[in-house]
Design a protein around this ligand. Structure first.
Ligand code: G6Q
Length: 548
């Protein structure tokens, strides 16, 4: 397979970008009253309005040709068949099986994975019910009040984001906390004020060898034993989610208290598996099922809908349009919903770990940009910090707005303002303010002509800055499931076009290895041979600080 950048479909998109560089979105809207309707799509409770993009029908046709050139259909079928799509790790990628509430069959090496998936879901359901209904008792016979999930990366970011997003659905007498960082501060601050007799730890780690998670889990166990003074307490206060049964047993967790998942579940795609146990504990198993059902609905849409009406494909191609032809380096994601505050961070891992790759799946260096830098934070706060740069800076920053139409807390006057601000930002990015408009506004304010001349360049907005608007009625478990799956498939489609393995993450390995060596140097109070002078000097400074 040649690099995608060497194909006619890619070349014609390069030419198209140059040819359409002069298009003004303002004009496109004025010329075509049907633009919004034509470039909008409704699926799984999500209304996507992508009309405020630098596109015409011709652009979309060319982008669709690109996705055909990349043979998305082949890769989609491979994914569904359980082929080893993650080729550098030799693994199938079947997170869709985890939310397969329909009757699709998913197999790995000829073995149906669905019975195992359903059995674990059943155990999760029973356990979540026991804890939530106060039937699972701690070592001293008291019900659980706090759940502390210890995990990192894919074993934390998804469940943490979902628990926060669905806080309105949580029971008030069970609080769920997340500890990921090896910085002891996070564990200490989280445990501060918790009662070991009513705290349950969920140790979530696919490999059960991750340094941060093991360290936090060891400290949590010490905290628990210091208070409860009995090794037998571990069985009532620790459960594990992992693929590594031996390591779980070695840690001292009863395998009866282990919830299994499988190597074909990638960390950042694992919130649908037993890694979602904290979610089931927080919102209850019925609502966890709704989350799965939402993702399943999006899976079905992705698999069945033609590319031209396929929401993940459209989002993926728009991203590629700016990333590869418009020179955009980043993608902003701005939820106008405080409960979605961790959504951009979750997407950062999903997108950047999946598509932050510099070689194709065959190991050939690419000569085009792959995964964008994903960033963002909730509106309206974002408007008062970095929006200046999106509006008037020198960079092109495509932006996704996510907006629930109904608030979970309809306080008088709040939601109208939230919605108005979100719509206004998208409008302002698209329209901008011309020099003439800026001038006439200043004139209307009675400003002196020489001051107007000075101010006009600063008060002019170029506009023509693209955004997608994703409207939902409300962020329910089902809608959230669909929203997450939408972005998962978007990332998959982009990875297929760029020809990369979106399911490995070798880039996080080197730092881990080197940290291990440096840690050994700390223990030896020495410095390994061959360490560069900068690192050696930093190690010496740490030694000195520790010996003070
Ligand atoms: C995600 C990555 C990574 C992983 C963490 C935690 O796709 O693989 O973020 O989830 O490193 O790994 P464990 O679950 O094995 O502790």
């Amino acid at each position: 397979m040649p690099l995608i950048s060497h194909t006619p479909a890619w070349k014609s998109l390069e030419q198209l970008w140059d040819r359409t560089a002069g298009l003004r979105m303002r004009d496109l809207f004025e010329e075509d009253p049907g633009r919004c309707e034509r470039f909008s799509l409704e699926e799984c409770g999500i209304h996507l309005d992508y009309s405020k993009n630098l596109i015409t029908d011709e652009t979309m046709q060319h982008l669709m040709a690109l996705v055909r050139t990349a043979d998305l259909r082949f890769w989609g079928d491979s994914l569904l068949r359980g082929d080893k799509v993650n080729n550098t790790e030799g693994r199938a990628v079947l997170h869709m099986a985890l939310r397969n509430v329909g009757d699709r069959s998913y197999q790995v090496d000829g073995v149906d994975v669905m019975p195992g998936v359903r059995a674990v879901l059943k155990r999760m359901r029973a356990f979540a019910d026991e804890v939530r209904q106060g039937r699972w008792l701690g070592h001293t016979g008291r019900p659980i009040r706090d759940v502390v999930s210890i995990g990192i990366g894919g074993s934390s970011l998804g469940p943490k984001m979902v628990c926060n997003a669905l806080r309105p659905y949580q029971s008030h007498d069970l609080r769920v906390h997340f500890v990921s960082n090896v910085d002891g501060t996070q564990l200490v601050e989280t445990l501060n004020g918790l009662d070991p007799a009513t705290t349950l730890f969920v140790i979530a780690s696919k490999t059960f060898t991750t340094q941060e998670t093991s360290t936090n889990a060891d400290s949590a166990r010490a905290w628990c034993l210091a208070a409860l003074q009995d090794q037998a307490a571990i069985a009532r206060h620790f459960v594990a989610v992992s693929t590594n049964r031996e390591a779980v047993i070695r840690f001292g967790i009863d395998p009866q208290n282990m919830f299994e998942f499988w190597e074909w579940v990638g960390g950042r795609y694992s919130l649908w598996s037993a890694i979602g146990l904290p979610i089931a504990l927080a919102i209850g198993p019925d609502r966890f099922d709704e989350l799965l059902a939402g993702a399943y609905a999006m899976d079905e849409h992705f698999v069945e809908a033609p590319p031209e009406r396929n929401m993940p494909i459209i989002l993926a191609l728009l991203g590629i349009w700016y990333n590869n032809f418009g020179g955009a380096d980043t993608q902003a994601v701005i939820p106008y919903d405080q409960y979605l505050e961790h959504f951009p961070t979750f997407l950062q891992q999903l997108d950047m770990e999946s598509n932050g790759k510099r070689v194709t799946r065959d190991g050939v260096p690419v000569d085009y940009a792959t995964g964008a830098v994903v960033w963002g934070q909730p509106g309206t706060d974002a408007q008062h910090s970095f929006f200046q740069l999106i509006h008037q800076g020198t960079r092109l920053i495509p932006t996704d707005f996510i907006l629930p139409l109904r608030s979970q807390h309809p306080l008088e006057g709040h939601h109208d303002k939230l919605v108005a601000n979100c719509l206004a930002q998208a409008q302002a990015l698209m329209r901008g303010r011309t020099e003439a408009e800026a001038r006439s506004e200043l004139q209307a304010g009675g400003i002196a002509p020489e001051v107007i001349d000075r101010l006009v360049p600063h008060r002019t907005f170029p506009g023509n800055r693209p955004s997608n608007m994703l409207l939902v009625e409300q962020v329910t478990p089902k809608v959230l499931g669909s929203l997450i799956a939408l972005y998962e498939h978007k990332v998959f489609v982009q990875g297929v076009v760029w020809g990369v393995d979106s399911f490995d993450q070798w880039g996080v390995e080197l730092g881990k290895q080197l940290a291990g060596q440096i840690l050994a140097d700390f223990r030896e109070i020495a410095c390994s041979a061959g360490v560069d002078s900068s690192t050696a000097s930093l190690i010496r400074r740490y030694h000195m600080a520790m010996s003070d």
